[in-house]
Design a protein around this ligand. Structure first.
Ligand SMILES: Cc1cc2nc3c(=O)[nH]c(=O)nc-3n(C[C@H](O)[C@H](O)[C@H](O)COP(=O)(O)OP(=O)(O)OC[C@H]3O[C@@H](n4cnc5c(N)ncnc54)[C@H](O)[C@@H]3O)c2cc1C
Length: 557
C-alpha cells in the first residue's frame, strides 16, 4: 500500500490539449522573500512569471517579526556571524554556503534600503537586537516587530516595477512538469482560469516550508509544503526532512490561530515563568531564556510534565506600559485582541512548529539534481542552518540565495531549449472514487498526529506508528483525484508527513533540533550526515551524505 504514494506522479488529471498554455523564460513559485528576490534578479535576463497561491504578501516572510541578521554592526564581524551559525548548526552546515551568505548580507540589505526598505534606527544607526545563539546584538528590524511585512512590501513593490515580471496571485502550483528528466515548468490551477500549463526554461521553487503539518505552528495557512511534495514527485532529492525547528513561544489560546511571540521579546529581557509564577529556564541552561530554541522548547515540555499545566507564560511586565508597546507594537496588538494587557498580565505560550530546515537539496548556485529546477529559501536545503537554525538567518538566506537562484536561472537561459505544449508529459493518474472523504477532518487528524508523535521530542515506536497511520490514510486519500487546492494540499501534506516520519525514524540519534528521547546523547556518527531521500517506483530511497557534498564554492554563478 505504501506504493499508493509513489503511483502519483501528477496529482491532477487534465487534458493537455484542452488547458491553457503559457510560455516564459523563468517560472518562480512563491512570493516570499526568496521568490520575490529571485524573480527580480531573473528579470534582468529574461521574462519571468511568478505564481503564488494566495495574495502576494501571504507568506512566512510577511509574518516574520524579529528581524534579519546582518553582521556589520559595531563589535561584530562576518567571521563572528559565521562562527555563531556553525556553532548552533551542530556540524551539519555547509560552511561555504554560510560564509557566502554572511559576506553578502550587508550589500543585500543596502540594496533593500535603496529599494525603499526602512529599518528601525537608534542615534541614526540601525538598532540591533540580540536573539538566541547570537554572540552579539546583530538583528536589525522594522516597525519594531513587523520586519517581514516591511521586507515583503519592499520586494513586492519592486517586483511590480519590473516590466519583465508577471505576477499571478491565487494561482496554485499542483505539480512540476518534467520531460526526459528535465523540469520544463508547472501545472497550475486558478479559480478563474482553471488548469494551466506554464512552460519555462528554468523553474525556481521558492514555495517555503510546511509548518501546517503540525497542529501547533507559527506558520501561515499557505505553508503546507506543496513545493516539497511536488519536487519529490518530480524526482528531486530532498534532505533532512526530520529537522523541524520548534519555536518555544507561540501564543497559546484555545481555539485561536497560534501567533508567534518573537524571540526578541526574550532578547530584550522578558522571562519564562510557570503557572506558579516561578522562573524556570536558569535551571535548564546557563543562557536561560536565550538558550537555543530547541533547548527552551524541550525545557518547557519537561517543566510542564513535572509541574503540570497546559502552557507556560512569558512575563514582559518589567518593560512597563508604553515601552513594550513601542518596541513590539504588533505583539501588543495581537495580545490585546485576546484581552491581554502585556504591561500587567502574563502571556500564555507553548512551543509550535516554526521552520523546516530540510528541503530540496541544492548546490551553492541553487541547482537541484533535476535540470531546469532551482530551489531557494525555506523550500531548499543548501546547508545554511545545518541541524539547527540561528534565529534571523532565514530571511537572510532567502534574500541572498533568492538573488543567486535568479542569477543562475538567468545565466542558464542561453543554453536551455524552450519546450512548449506537449502531449507527452508521462502518465497521469489512476483515479478511484472509493469512499467519500472529509478533507478537513483528515487534515485536522494529520496535524494532531504530527504534533503528538513527531513534535519537540521523538521516540521510535511513535515514529513507526506515524508512518503506519500516514500509509493507511494514503490508501483512501492518494487514490482520489481532486479538483481544488484543499484536496491537493491534503495529498501533499500526507506524502510529506510520511517522509518526515520515516526520516525521523531513520535518524535514530539526537542531532540539533531532532531530539530522540530513546537514544543516548552523543551516540550518533562522529561526523554528522545529511539524510537524503528520492522517490523510486518501490518507495522512497534514503541515503546518508556528508555535509557539503553538493556545495563546492565554485558552483556559485
Ligand atoms: C511567524 C514567523 C515569524 C518569523 N520570524 C522570522 C524572523 O524574525 N527572522 C527570520 O530570519 N525568519 C523568521 N521566520 C522564518 C522566515 O520568515 C521564513 O523562513 C522565510 O520568510 C521563508 O521565506 P521563503 O521565501 O522561502 O518562503 P515564504 O515566505 O513562506 O514564501 C513561500 C511562498 O510560496 C507560496 N506557495 C506555497 N505553495 C504554493 C503553491 N502550491 N503554489 C503557488 N505558490 C505557493 C506561498 O503562498 C508563499 O508566497 C519567521 C517565520 C514565521 C512563520
Amino acid at each position: 500500500m505504501a506504493r499508493m504514494f509513489e503511483m502519483r506522479r501528477y496529482l491532477s488529471n487534465f487534458e493537455v490539449s484542452r488547458v491553457g498554455h503559457l510560455l516564459t523564460d523563468v517560472l518562480v513559485v512563491g512570493s516570499g522573500i526568496a521568490g520575490a528576490r529571485a524573480a527580480i534578479e531573473a528579470s534582468q535576463h529574461g521574462d519571468v512569471i511568478l505564481v503564488t497561491k494566495a495574495q502576494a504578501a501571504d507568506s512566512a516572510t510577511g509574518s516574520a517579526q524579529g528581524g534579519i541578521a546582518e553582521p556589520s554592526g559595531s563589535g561584530d564581524t562576518p567571521d563572528n556571524h559565521v562562527n555563531d551559525t556553525l556553532r548552533v548548526g551542530s556540524g551539519l552546515n555547509a560552511t561555504a554556503a554560510v560564509r557566502y551568505m554572511v559576506e553578502q548580507a550587508e550589500a543585500r540589505i543596502e540594496e533593500l534600503i535603496r529599494w525603499g526598505a526602512s529599518f528601525d534606527q537608534e542615534d541614526s544607526v540601525a538598532h540591533r537586537t540580540r536573539e538566541a545563539g547570537h554572540s552579539v546584538r546583530r538583528v536589525i528590524h522594522a516597525d519594531g516587530d513587523s520586519t517581514g511585512k516591511e521586507l515583503a512590501r519592499t520586494l513586492i513593490t519592486r517586483l511590480h516595477q519590473q516590466e519583465r515580471v508577471r505576477l499571478f496571485e491565487n494561482c496554485y502550483v499542483i505539480d512540476l512538469i518534467t520531460m526526459a528528466g528535465q523540469c520544463v515548468g508547472a501545472v497550475t490551477y486558478h479559480a478563474k482560469y482553471g488548469h494551466q500549463m506554464i512552460w519555462a526554461k528554468q523553474t525556481i521553487l521558492a514555495s517555503g516550508g510546511c509548518g501546517q503539518l503540525y497542529r501547533e505552528t507559527t506558520n501561515p495557512s499557505v505553508a503546507t509544503g506543496d513545493g516539497l511534495a511536488a519536487a519529490y514527485r518530480a524526482g528531486a532529492v530532498l534532505g533532512d526532512l526530520e529537522m523541524v525547528q520548534f519555536h518555544p513561544t507561540t501564543l497559546y489560546i484555545a481555539g485561536s490561530s497560534r501567533a508567534l511571540i518573537s524571540e526578541a521579546v526574550r532578547g530584550e529581557g522578558a522571562h519564562l515563568v510557570d503557572r506558579a509564577g516561578e522562573r524556570f529556564m536558569p535551571a535548564y541552561h546557563p543562557d536561560a531564556e536565550l538558550a537555543p530554541r530547541d533547548v527552551v522548547s524541550r525545557a518547557i515540555r519537561s517543566h510542564l510534565k513535572d509541574k503540570g499545566g497546559n502552557c507556560v507564560y512569558l512575563d514582559a511586565r518589567m518593560f512597563g506600559k508604553g515601552v513594550f508597546e513601542a518596541r513590539f507594537p504588533r505583539i501588543t496588538r495581537i495580545c490585546a485582541e485576546f484581552g491581554i494587557d502585556v504591561s500587567r498580565e502574563l502571556i500564555p505560550v507553548n512551543p509550535g512548529a516554526h521552520y523546516m530546515l530540510g528541503g530540496v537539496v541544492t548546490d551553492l548556485a541553487c541547482r537541484t539534481n533535476i535540470d531546469g529546477l532551482l530551489a531557494c529559501g525555506e523550500a531548499a536545503c543548501v546547508g545554511i542552518h545545518g541541524a539547527n537554525r540561528l534565529a534571523s538567518n532565514s530571511l537572510l538566506e532567502g534574500l541572498v540565495f533568492g538573488a543567486v537562484a535568479g542569477e543562475t536561472a538567468g545565466n542558464n537561459l542561453a543554453t536551455t531549449e524552450q519546450l512548449g505544449p506537449s502531449l507527452n508529459i508521462g502518465s497521469l493518474n489512476p483515479s478511484s472514487d472509493r469512499t467519500v472523504l472529509d478533507v478537513g477532518d483528515v487534515r485536522t487528524s494529520l496535524r494532531s498526529v504530527m504534533w503528538r508523535n513527531i513534535g519537540v521530542v521523538r521516540t521510535g515506536h511513535r515514529l513507526r506508528e506515524t508512518v503506519e497511520i500516514m500509509e493507511f490514510w494514503g490508501r483512501f486519500v492518494l487514490d482520489k483525484t481532486f479538483d481544488q487546492p484543499s484536496g491537493w494540499e491534503l495529498q501533499n501534506m500526507l506524502g510529506l508527513a510520511r517522509l518526515v516520519a520515516q526520516a525521523a525514524q531513520l535518524r535514530d540519534h539526537s542531532l540539533g533540533v531532532h531530539f530522540r528521547e530513546d537514544s543516548e546523547a552523543n551516540n550518533g556518527p562522529s561526523e554528522p550526515q545529511h539524510l537524503l531521500v528520492v522517490k523510486s517506483d518501490d518507495g522512497p530511497v534514503y541515503s546518508w551524505a556528508p555535509p557539503c557534498l553538493k556545495c563546492p564554492a565554485e558552483s556559485l554563478p
